[in-house]
Design a protein around this ligand. Structure first.
Ligand code: ADP
Length: 583
């Protein structure tokens, strides 16, 4: 009877495509649905072990699905589990292989349940993974997200690596706005004196004429298109105001007054998601892969994997190095004890990786201090607070400079005051018109009082001197002239609406102006001045745009304009690789 039963079972399995191998192992086939049709897999297993998995038939996309075909069978056998991670950029093919393996097990009369348990990753042990794409973007801050969306719009397959568990980088902290010239929003507001020429002049002047003029002009000329493009992906910036260091009105921000960085990162992420762009979080690029002098991918690591990522073009969008004290102090040792407004991720990885393959850097020693940083939490108090009318007052209760001069000038003036700090003072009218101000108050950063004297007393400043300073300032606003320090913007409203507020601030490390040397097409240049084929860079990881000092609102313009250029040019470079050379 037993013999008859096993004969029937063997017959049934043979009919289902299974065949006995030696030692009680069974070999069977299964089928899954890939992108380009059936994926047929052959499995050899017994009840407890997967011995062999082979893809017999498939027609998946070369460089994407084919990577899963190469990688996944081995990973399944090594893990003795179907529940391994799929190949990130080839999920359909990965799922097809897993389905086919499961079906083959069923055909073999083996219960697949034990093989569907996720293998526990051994601590510290990473498995190798190989991925492929047209354009690989390293870093998912403002520049990286912009470049990724743009490259995808041009028809490239795009993969983004982000070493942090979230996107946004330093960009998400940008609170002011985006400087742009010649925009439809300026036109609508009747602003005619703040065009491309003035933008270039102000940026060069703010950067002490140490900027790369070609990059500055490229940024300014493309800024209006960049604003239109943001509008086209659902991120309009219709409000226009003046920024620090200039009387011109370039600073574009969201309608509802929300901080520009958070707003743009959210909109760009939504667009990336809508376009199906894959972002591998917690995945850090460690090395640029080169072949015949061209960048062809990166090595990267996550908790689970050692990645080899093959790409036709690589965009470095890894941000600056304002949180890498060792690197900063190698250029300026006096920064050792300064606070930084930067994300801990701003360690200059892209710069170091690029240097390792021969890229040139510029202006590395030019590190910007922002004058209004709340030292207890390193929270930046936006320049916009001064554009809207706030003033800076020292411990003696006096103003001490043109509060809206360039960041380096205001920071230097502050460091000369008693204790090296100051107070930024504002009123209820300003709070009513600015979301950031409300947040600073909610976070307990501000001291509040109903009269000037009470506020002075609360912050330990001479009451009469402070009240006189405020009266003088309100009179200057009324007269439209700051006789004391020649401030000529942010004077549309006085500070006479109680209650009054003061936040104690001092300079903090904010932006690293230097970085990878690029041309106006965002191609990375080598130390001998030649282009490194296949390698592009955009955003704070690059140097040259801001010269000796970045003006407020230009970081956002930098990342949107050059992120777009990098995305488009990297896509074009990558797609050109597909075109066979003429015979
Ligand atoms: P930018 O304004 O130029 O876009 P950000 O600081 O906003 O600069 O963004 C840079 C992003 O790059 C950050 O999210 C940061 O975590 C990420 N990043 C930095 N180094 C690496 C790396 N080695 N691999 C992957 N992502 C990185």
């Amino acid at each position: 009877m037993k013999k008859i039963l096993s004969f029937v079972l063997v017959l049934a399995m043979l009919m289902l495509g299974a065949a006995f191998a030696e030692d009680g192992k069974v070999t069977a086939t299964g089928v899954g649905q890939g992108i380009e049709g059936d994926v047929v897999v052959q499995v050899t297993a017994d009840a407890t072990t997967l011995y062999d998995v082979q893809v017999l038939e498939q027609n998946e996309t070369v460089g994407i699905g084919s990577v899963a075909v190469e990688q996944l069978p081995g990973a399944i056998v090594a893990a003795n589990s179907i529940a391994v991670d799929g190949i990130a950029s080839a999920t359909v093919t990965s799922d097809a292989i897993k389905t086919a393996v499961e079906q083959a097990l069923v055909s073999a009369g083996i219960d697949p349940a034990p093989f569907k348990v996720k293998p526990e990753a051994a601590a510290g042990e990473r498995t190798p993974e190989t991925l492929a794409c047209d354009v690989l973007v390293v870093g998912a801050g403002g520049a990286g997200l912009t470049a990724a969306v743009r490259a995808k719009q041009e028809g490239a397959t795009v993969l983004v690596l982000e070493k942090m568990p979230m996107v946004g980088g330093n960009s998400v902290k940008a609170s002011g706005g985006m400087n742009c010239a010649g925009t439809k929003f300026q036109e609508a507001a009747g602003i005619t004196d703040s065009g491309v020429r003035e933008f270039v002049e102000d940026t060069m002047n703010g950067g002490h004429y140490l900027n790369d003029l070609g990059l500055v002009a490229t940024m300014a000329i493309n800024s209006s298109d960049a604003v239109d493009w943001l509008d086209s992906i659902g991120a309009p910036l219709p409000k226009v105001a003046a920024t620090g260091g200039t009387v011109h009105k370039y600073l574009h921000s969201p309608e509802d007054g929300s901080p520009v960085g958070r707003y743009l990162v959210e909109k760009l992420s939504q667009e990336a998601e809508r376009q199906g762009i894959e972002i591998l979080l917690n995945t850090k690029a460690t090395e640029i892969l080169m072949a015949d002098g061209a960048a062809v991918g990166v090595k990267a690591e996550s908790a689970e994997h050692d990645y080899t990522i093959n790409a036709k073009a690589v965009i470095l969008a890894t941000g600056g190095f304002g949180a890498n004290f060792e690197l900063m102090c190698s250029f300026n040792p006096s920064l050792r004890n300064a606070v930084t407004t930067n994300t801990p991720a701003a360690t200059g990885d892209g710069i170091l990786m690029a240097e390792a393959i021969g890229a040139a850097t510029v202006d590395m020693e030019k590190i910007q201090l922002h004058p209004t940083v709340y030292q207890e939490t390193s929270m930046l108090v936006s320049e916009k607070m001064r554009s809207l009318g706030s003033i800076l007052v020292n411990q003696e209760g006096k103003r001490f400079c043109n509060d809206l001069s360039t960041r380096d000038a205001v920071s230097a003036a502050e460091l000369e005051q008693t204790g090296g700090y100051a107070y930024i003072v504002f009123d209820q009218n300003l709070v009513d018109n600015n979301k950031s101000a409300k947040e600073y108050i909610a976070q307990g950063m501000a001291t509040q009082a109903d009269t000037y004297e009470e506020l002075a007393k609360a912050i330990g400043v001479d009451e009469a001197t402070f009240a006189e300073t405020m009266a003088t300032w309100n009179a200057a606003v009324a007269a439209g002239e700051d006789a004391e320090f020649g401030r000529n913007n942010g004077m549309d409203a006085d500070l006479s609406t109680a209650p009054y507020y003061a936040i104690k601030i001092a300079p903090g490390i904010h932006h690293t102006m230097g970085g990878i040397k690029i041309d106006t097409g965002t191609e990375v240049l080598s130390t001998d001045g030649s282009v490194i084929p296949g390698l592009f860079a955009a955003g704070e990881t690059t140097g040259g745009v801001h010269g000796g000092n970045r003006i407020g609102g230009n970081a956002v313009c930098d990342f949107v304009v050059f992120g777009r250029i990098a995305g488009a040019n990297a896509a074009a470079y990558a797609l050109a690789q597909d075109v066979a050379p003429a015979a």
